[in-house]
Design a protein around this ligand. Structure first.
Ligand code: ADP
Ligand code: MG
Length: 245
């Protein structure tokens, strides 16, 4: 079944000075879809995610969210920012707050939720992430994998329509990676739309509806996990995958 597009990127370009980092990117993400983005370091993956999240301002092109161009002057950015969350490699938790408050405070400030509702919601999500025993801990007391699960819980607590992940397991010790990937798989099964930059190829193959291979600022190949991992068409995709599979 073909569902509607939630994010549609058209002819997106991003330059840093003279350096063209994204070149004519076209990508359509449907509601509920899980899309993984793979590719070498420096190929523009983070810049693409950061453009979708408006942490970078694209140089030209269009990004539509539910049919409206987020780059248009009259677009409601505040609403958009609440609807599109991001999880970073480096967690970005508030280190002076407890685990619970890391998840409660953004709901209060951004969504204006009352404390009881925000706490209830935070508690449920922490439980799903296997982090219920740590509600009163401070981030410094947690392992990297636990911190990342808190960061994911914080993003999920905002009830986003789309969640972006930029190499969420790259900063973790190997033994922490699986717990975070398991939490992400569980989320994917809830029907959340997810765009994931990752070097975890087995994970990308298992979790994704679609895989996008980026190379030097372009989408070099885009297809089902089966197509990309088992029958890559492009020489540069084959070359890249040789190092990972
Ligand atoms: P990836 O995430 O695939 O490793 P990035 O999107 O981080 O790639 O980077 C793509 C290119 O853009 C790299 O050459 C990088 O040096 C450059 N770049 C990224 N951010 C900036 C910036 N703020 N200023 C200048 N160049 C940047
Ligand atoms: Mg990156």
């Amino acid at each position: 079944m073909q569902t509607e597009s939630i994010i549609e990127i058209k002819n997106l370009q991003k330059k840093f000075g003279d350096h063209e980092v994204l070149r004519d990117i076209n990508l359509d993400v449907h509601r509920g879809e899980v899309v993984s983005i793979i590719g070498r370091s420096g190929s523009g993956k983070s810049t693409l995610l950061r453009s979708i999240n408006l942490l970078e301002t694209p140089t030209s092109g269009e990004i539509d969210f539910n049919g409206s161009n987020i780059l248009a002057r009259d677009f409601d950015l505040q609403h958009y920012r609440a609807k599109v969350g991001m999880v970073f490699q480096s967690f970005n938790l508030f280190n002076n707050l407890t685990v619970l408050d890391n998840i409660v405070v953004p709901q209060q400030t951004v969504l204006k939720r009352d404390t009881a509702t925000a706490k209830q919601h935070a508690t449920e999500i922490l439980e799903q992430m296997g982090m219920a025993p740590f509600v009163n801990a401070k981030p410094a007391q947690l392992s990297g994998g636990q911190k990342q699960r808190v960061a994911i819980a914080r993003a999920v607590a905002m009830d986003p329509d789309v969640l972006l992940f930029d190499e969420p397991t790259s900063a973790l010790d190997p033994e922490m990676v699986d717990d975070v990937l398991a939490a992400m798989s569980a989320l994917a099964h809830t029907g959340l739309t997810m765009i994931i930059v990752t070097h975890e190829m087995a994970f990308a193959r298992d979790i994704s509806d679609r895989v996008v291979f980026m190379d030097q600022g372009v989408i070099a190949e885009d297809g089902s996990p089966e197509q990309i991992f088992n029958h890559p068409q492009e020489a540069r995709t084959q070359e890249f995958l040789k190092r990972y599979l």
